[in-house]
Design a protein around this ligand. Structure first.
Ligand SMILES: [Zn+2]
Length: 500
């Protein structure tokens, strides 16, 4: 299909994506007013069925969620719904629409401020929900718009089709019916909640979402926690004091940046490595379960052990959200420090991370996401570090660049990324502190020059390889044979730990 426009929706091009649920075509559109992307995912095998008069098409209108889809945070259910819908559409045919409408359309700035407010309230025993927080911040419940969907359907000549909408949200059904999109049925996509998204899902249910599984009792007998405490108060799990919503302010030395929000996100542990407290380690010791240790704090364990012990410790990263008034971009800085040890003498690791929006889908190979996971793992092992989310796609030129053929890109700068912005944000956090930096070959040269010009005190460059092999080989422990070996090394490590 050649470039086309209908209404305010511009067709940019198509990319083939190999996913866990089959091969998809990603048709990329952009709203020419908001400049936001809309991606229509269509399963290749079922493409022709779209025009079969009899067929009812499954569809999902999915709003982006950077925290769960990019950062692996567990405080909502967006990524589960996204993957669940792609699976259904991969099997039964249809279209998934992916819209960049963060936080019910208020952008990540609005969403992050809302999350910060709820987190603070919840920690101190309040019962404020996401909708209350939006109201307190002067925001509407929902800013999302769906006219681009209608315009895409017209361009695809599918505007008269009947759809089965994959959703739990009745507001969305009405939003589409108001656009004369023929929704004849809906199918729920629901998952059992976890500890970190349950209160969010309950507030969704109270606002009309059709959710049944949240009533299911969660097992609250978590590793090292008092099983009689059924309150599930955030104080039991969040090892840091939350930060109260503050008036956004400009950075002292770099006034182009406004700091909007700071709050903690529970990132899903990678490859079953958990960061445990001293009390939890002692608890495990009493249980006589075998673990593999990488250093004093991190354990790899078998899936069975995770289930038996009910380990929930996420990686708690603090989000710092900046907005650049000169480029209209927001920058997310994630900060980690191990809450169970004294981190004052640890040299932090720093990663400047780019993203591809396509990596948010369940692809067979996720290049940027792998680098992200690898970086998070390194930071966790180190005990302290920063990850700055730098840019999305095309080395700063967006999906438009990504969709051009090699022969068409002459005259487009190969790297449009704003290394000054990255250095300024880092400088405002690190000052003169020394740090080590995680890198891939491509960005090293440009980055090094800039880091020097800001007198940032970097030491070692640690390479991140582009392979999937994130693991130091995982040895399987045999409970009987290895127990003595295990307990010896464990006691040694525990001693080290206590001395800290
Ligand atoms: Zn989400």
């Amino acid at each position: 299909m050649e470039s086309k426009i209908y209404g305010t929706t511009l067709y940019l091009g198509v990319k083939k994506l190999k996913t866990k649920y089959g091969d998809f075509n990603a048709l990329v559109y952009q709203d020419v007013i908001t400049t936001k992307y809309i991606i229509a995912l269509i399963n290749e095998n079922t493409f022709n069925n779209l025009y079969d008069n009899e067929a009812i098409l499954y569809t999902r209108i999915h709003s982006s969620c950077i925290t769960s889809e990019m950062f692996n945070s567990q405080d909502c259910d967006c990524v589960e719904q996204l993957n669940g819908a792609i699976k259904i559409i991969g099997e039964l045919g249809g279209i998934l629409f992916y819209l960049i409408q963060e936080g019910r359309g208020c952008g990540y700035i609005g969403k992050a401020r809302g999350c910060q407010m709820v987190q603070y309230d919840e920690y101190y025993g309040g019962n404020m929900n996401t909708f209350d927080a939006y109201k307190n911040l002067g925001m509407k419940k929902d800013y999302r718009k769906y006219h681009n969907i209608k315009e895409i359907l017209v361009m695809l000549k599918l505007e008269n089709k009947s759809f089965n909408l994959l959703t739990n949200n009745p507001d969305k059904i009405n939003g589409l019916k108001n656009l004369d999109i023929n929704i004849i049925n809906t199918t729920k996509i629901e998952f059992v909640p976890n500890l970190f998204n349950r209160s969010y899902l309950i507030s969704k249910q109270n606002s009309g979402h059709m959710l049944d599984k949240i009533k299911k009792e969660l097992n609250v007998n978590f590793l090292g926690l008092d099983p009689t405490n059924k309150e599930n108060n955030l104080q039991n799990f969040l090892p840091f004091k939350p930060i109260k919503v503050f008036e956004p302010y400009k950075l002292d030395n770099y006034k182009r940046f406004i700091l909007f929000a700071k709050y903690y996100i529970p990132i899903r542990p990678i490859n079953n490595r958990f960061v445990l407290s001293k009390e939890q380690i002692e608890f495990i010791e009493r249980k006589k379960v075998c673990f593999e240790m990488f250093n004093t704090f991190i354990y790899v364990n078998k899936l069975k052990d995770i289930e038996n012990l009910n380990i929930i410790n996420p990686y708690w990263f603090r989000v710092n959200l900046y907005y650049d008034i000169t480029t209209n971009l927001d920058y997310v800085l994630l900060y980690y420090e191990n809450p169970f040890i004294d981190t004052s003498s640890i040299t932090p690791l720093v990663r400047i991370q780019s993203e591809s929006i396509f990596d948010r889908f369940p692809l067979d190979e996720k290049r940027y996401k792998n680098r992200y996971n690898h970086s998070i793992q390194k930071i966790i092992e180190n005990g302290k570090g920063y990850l700055l989310l730098f840019y999305r796609d095309g080395r700063g030129s967006g999906l438009g660049y990504y969709l051009l053929d090699n022969k068409d890109i002459s005259g487009v700068k190969e790297d449009m990324r704003d290394y000054d912005a990255a250095c300024q944000i880092l400088k405002s956090n690190l000052n003169d502190d020394k740090f080590d930096i995680l890198y891939t070959n491509y960005s090293k040269f440009n980055l090094k020059l800039k880091l020097k010009s800001y007198k940032l005190n970097f030491r070692n460059w640690i390479s991140i390889k582009d392979d999937n092999n994130l693991l130091i080989s995982e040895r399987i422990f045999n409970l009987e044979n290895d127990y003595n070996y295990y307990i010896n090394s464990f006691s040694k490590k525990l001693k080290l730990y206590s001395n800290n």
